[in-house]
Write a protein that binds this ligand. Structure first.
Ligand code: LR7
Ligand code: MN
Length: 579
């Protein structure tokens, strides 16, 4: 009994210790989570840094499937040039006129043809996340040729991982060519909904057509291509990865050239260097080698790098983000300037643009525009493209717009239409000013295109001897300046003389010697020149040659000659033009 009592007492003591222990442990154990807490955790996870692409030297990338074991035989295979033969050649001149592309050659090249893998060798060893965003490839077109449009579509279908390609959205911008009607609808039926065709009810131009395509698309990312492209090996994942990590990044592939006459596929740039997009003050698009600092910011040569702007046609962007920043200004007409509008908006409003060296896309550069602008822009004061530039410059460039007007004096008189919505959008998105953009993003513009000094004079330049005007004849150097009728609306007869003695026409300059007066390339990085104009004597003095601009009476020829105040062949009058 005693034993029992004793035992019972010990039992009690033991149970007490056990219970205390359990309670203590329970107290420190994590409590079951409430639903709200679980939800919170999920959101936190969503914003955790995503997996970056990983470089593994010598190990083939997860999406880097070799496309061909051997290059197939056939016209244009391997991206080789092809030529029309025999009687086929008879058609060439007329299709070149109609399309700006040799469609005879294009029709003979397979839609699934092979092209050379022109990427940097590092590109084969990048491993990309497996859960990249789904993508709608948007292709807008107006009266494009059949085989070039379809080769674009085929190349996208052949070379994109299907799990990332939601659809191809075609937007027909009111084409009137027969093959783009029923025949196209019939043809894309084989793709079972993967290729969709939308049509504009009237001509909208490429800019509004793209916005429409993006609005109607279902992918998380929209990726725009021109209708005469061929995408290259493993082009898609490298464009999606930066957007996957940060949905305010716009990505741009490196663009290769496809020859308009032979369809040869070849890189525009060779060698171990990268280029990025900038502009000159007349808003012409330019490319420049990337600055040393940008090069050094990256570990691998083949990594994406920042760019102030882009050529316009080929890029990927998160769809919601694109729509949130207003897509393109709907006031932009048909063609041109939209690349700057979007670039300035993205950078100034908190996003960024990168060029992606491992994504390569070929594009057929046409020598001229094979279409007209239709009814769009009729009755507008000024040429459409310059009107577009004016909208962009007025909305985004702040005090820097003055350099645009210095470079394109006529634009001051153009009517860019109502800008209030665009200005309100800039305010609503709380965007930074253009000075910030110039200092932090596009600082290299100034290496090639310094800020412009003021114009002393601009306009047509009329001879007091013959009442004819200076005419550079062509906009491409080398070209000899000669004389023609004044009052021509051709903008390439509008000259500007700036405070530093540079005489410019468009983006070119005028120089001369005792034989000729010539249109030349302006020296990059400089804004000065050899000319002095005397408002009293009306003479043009060339400081280096110490001679004057002279028009010979007999043969109407221009050159530099000893200055002579009594010679009317040396007297010139600037006349500003009105629209
Ligand atoms: O009214 C039109 N409606 C259209 O749908 C006019 C054109 N288009 C289509 C056209 O069929 C084509 O698919 O829009 C696309 C682009 O037109 P292009 O090919 O005539 O333009 P481009 O290649 O001469 O011009 C470049 O600049 C344009 C400025 O608005 C666009 O941004 C183009 O997309 C752009 N092209 C590129 O960036 C490709 C690389 C060139 C470089 C450097
Ligand atoms: Mn194009």
């Amino acid at each position: 009994m005693k034993l029992f009592v004793l035992r019972r007492g010990r039992l009690l003591k033991v149970s007490f210790i056990v219970v205390t222990f359990i309670l203590t442990v329970a107290f420190f154990l994590p409590k079951p989570k409430s639903q709200e807490e679980q939800q919170k955790e999920k959101i936190v996870k969503k914003y955790e840094p995503k997996q970056r692409p990983v470089y593994k030297e010598g190990i083939t990338g997860n999406f880097d499937l070799p496309l061909y074991n051997t290059v197939p035989e056939g016209p244009g295979e391997g991206g080789k040039p092809h030529a029309a033969k025999g009687e086929d050649q008879n058609e060439v001149a007329s299709v070149m006129m109609e399309y700006g592309i040799n469609m005879v050659v294009s029709d003979q090249v397979a839609l699934d043809r092979s092209i050379p893998d022109v990427r940097h060798e590092e590109c084969r060893f990048w491993h990309y996340p497996e859960d990249l965003p789904s993508t709608s490839v948007v292709i807008v077109f107006h009266n494009e040729g059949w085989s070039t449009l379809l080769r674009t579509i085929h190349s996208v279908l052949n070379r994109s991982p299907p799990q990332f390609l939601k659809e191809i959205t075609l937007v027909d911008d009111y084409s009137n060519k027969e093959h783009l009607k029923g025949e196209l609808e019939d043809y894309i039926r084989q793709f079972k909904g993967k290729v969709r065709l939308l049509r504009n009810k009237k001509r909208e131009g490429l800019i509004r057509s793209r916005t429409f395509g993006a609005q109607e698309s279902k992918g998380e990312v929209v990726l725009f291509l021109d209708a005469h492209c061929e995408v290259n090996t493993n082009w898609l994942p490298p464009l999606l990865a930066p957007i996957y990590m940060n949905n305010t990044v716009m990505t741009v592939p490196v663009i290769d050239g496809i020859d308009k006459e032979t369809l040869e596929y070849r890189p525009v740039y060779r060698g171990d260097t990268h280029f990025r997009g900038i502009f000159e003050w007349g808003m012409l698009y330019k490319e420049i080698e990337i600055p040393e600092v940008e090069m050094k910011e990256r570990k691998y040569f083949s990594e994406p790098y920042k760019s102030p702007t882009h050529a316009g046609g080929l890029f990927a962007i998160n769809r919601e983000y694109f729509l949130k920043i207003g897509a393109y200004d709907p006031g932009l007409l048909v063609w041109g300037g939209e690349n700057f509008e979007l670039s300035f908006k993205i950078w100034q409003c908190g996003g960024s643009i990168v060029w992606v060296p491992c994504s390569r896309v070929g594009h057929i550069y046409r020598g001229f525009m094979p279409y007209t602008f239709g009814k769009l822009g009729q009755n507008r004061k000024g040429p459409i493209v310059t009107l577009n530039y004016k909208r962009v410059v007025e909305v985004w460039m702040d005090e820097y717009k003055e350099y645009f007007y210095t470079r394109v004096p006529m634009a001051r008189q153009y009517d860019a239409g109502d800008l209030s919505e665009q200005i309100a959008l800039r305010k609503q998105l709380q965007c930074k000013d253009f000075k910030w953009y110039m200092k932090n993003v596009a600082y290299d513009v100034l290496y090639k295109f310094p800020l412009l000094p003021k114009n002393l004079h601009w306009g047509e330049v009329r001879s007091m001897l013959t009442s004819q005007c200076l005419d550079p004849m062509s906009s491409q150097p080398p070209s000899v300046v000669s004389m023609s009728h004044c009052h021509s609306s051709r903008s390439n007869k509008i000259f500007r003389l700036n405070e530093e003695g540079q005489l410019g026409v468009g983006e070119r300059c005028i120089d001369g010697d005792t034989h000729h007066i010539k249109l030349v390339f302006c020296r990059l990085g400089t804004v000065d020149g050899p000319w002095q104009y005397n408002d009293n004597t009306k003479m043009f003095y060339h400081r280096l040659h110490r001679k004057c601009l002279h028009l010979t009476q007999e043969r109407s020829q221009l050159h530099l000659q000893e200055c002579n105040q009594v010679n009317n062949g040396q007297k010139w009058i600037f006349r500003e033009l009105k629209v």
